[in-house]
Design a protein around this ligand. Structure first.
Ligand code: G16
Ligand code: MG
Length: 220
C-alpha cells in the first residue's frame, strides 16, 4: 500500500492565519471589543461561519441572519484584500523543499483545507500543480474535527486512510486526522498540538529521513 500526504493550507503551507486574524480583529474592533491571538487559536481550521458565531459569542452580540451574512462578506472582503497581495514569498519556510522531495518520490499529495479561498491562494503562490486533489471548504459539509475533508482527500488520491499522513496547524485538524486513522503531524506549538503523532515548529525541522520513515512505516 502506497503512502499519501495531505496538507492543510492556512498555517501549514502559507501564513494566511495572520490575515484571517487581522480581518476578524478588525470586525471585532468595529463591533466594540478586542480579539486576541490566543482567542484566534480556536478559529484555526474552523469554517468562516463558525468563526463568526464564536466571535459574536465573545463580544456578546446577537445578530439577525441578514446582519450575520453582511459581516461574513465584510470579513471575507478584508481577507481577500490581503490575499490579493500574496506571492511565492509567503510560502512558509522549507515547504517547497518538502513538496519537491515528495513529488520526486512520486508520492500522491492532496490539500485538505476548510477554506473556500484555497484554490486562488494556491494559484497565487504557484503551488496548485503539486496537488493531485484539492479538497476545500467549497466541497465539504462537515467541518474539522470531522474527518470528512481528509477522507475525501484520501479517496481522491487513491490511498487508504491508514496510509495517509496529515500536516496540520490546528487542533481541530489533528483531531480530524486521528479520527480518520491517519498519521498526524502537528506544525506549531507542541502544547497546543499535543494530540499529534509527531510535532514540529515548522517545516525547517522536517528532515528527508523523517519523510522516508513515514513512507516506510506506512508501507508495512
Ligand atoms: C482555514 C483557516 C480558518 C478559516 C477557514 C475558512 O482553514 O484555518 O481560520 O476560518 O479556513 O477560510 P475561508 O474564510 O477562506 O473560507 P485551514 O483548514 O486551511 O487551516
Ligand atoms: Mg490550518
Amino acid at each position: 500500500e502506497k503512502t499519501g500526504f495531505i496538507f492543510d493550507l492556512d498555517g501549514v503551507i502559507v501564513d494566511t492565519a495572520k490575515y484571517h486574524y487581522l480581518a476578524w480583529k478588525k470586525l471585532a474592533n468595529e463591533l466594540g471589543f478586542d480579539f486576541t491571538e490566543e482567542q484566534n487559536e480556536s478559529f484555526k481550521g474552523v469554517s468562516r461561519r463558525r468563526c463568526l458565531e464564536i466571535l459574536l459569542e465573545i463580544g456578546g452580540i446577537e445578530a439577525s441572519q441578514e446582519q450575520f451574512d453582511r459581516w461574513l462578506v465584510e470579513k471575507n472582503e478584508d481577507y481577500l484584500a490581503y490575499i490579493a497581495e500574496m506571492d511565492e514569498s509567503e510560502i512558509l519556510a522549507d515547504v517547497p523543499k518538502v513538496l519537491n522531495y515528495l513529488r520526486q518520490l512520486d508520492v500522491p499529495m492532496a490539500l485538505g483545507s476548510a477554506s473556500k479561498n484555497a484554490v486562488p491562494i494556491l494559484e497565487k503562490v504557484k503551488l496548485l500543480p503539486y496537488f493531485k486533489a484539492v479538497v476545500d471548504g467549497t466541497r465539504v459539509t462537515k467541518a474539522k474535527p470531522d474527518p470528512e475533508v481528509f477522507l475525501i482527500a484520501a479517496d481522491e488520491i487513491g490511498v487508504a486512510p491508514s496510509s495517509c499522513v496529515v500536516f496540520e496547524d490546528a487542533l481541530a485538524g489533528i483531531e480530524a486526522a486521528n479520527i480518520a486513522g491517519m498519521t498526524s503531524v502537528g506544525i506549531g506549538s507542541p502544547e497546543i498540538l499535543e494530540a499529534a503523532d509527531h510535532n514540529f515548529w515548522d517545516f525547517t525541522a522536517i528532515s528527508t529521513e523523517f519523510l522516508d520513515n513515514l513512507i516506510r512505516q506506512r508501507n508495512n
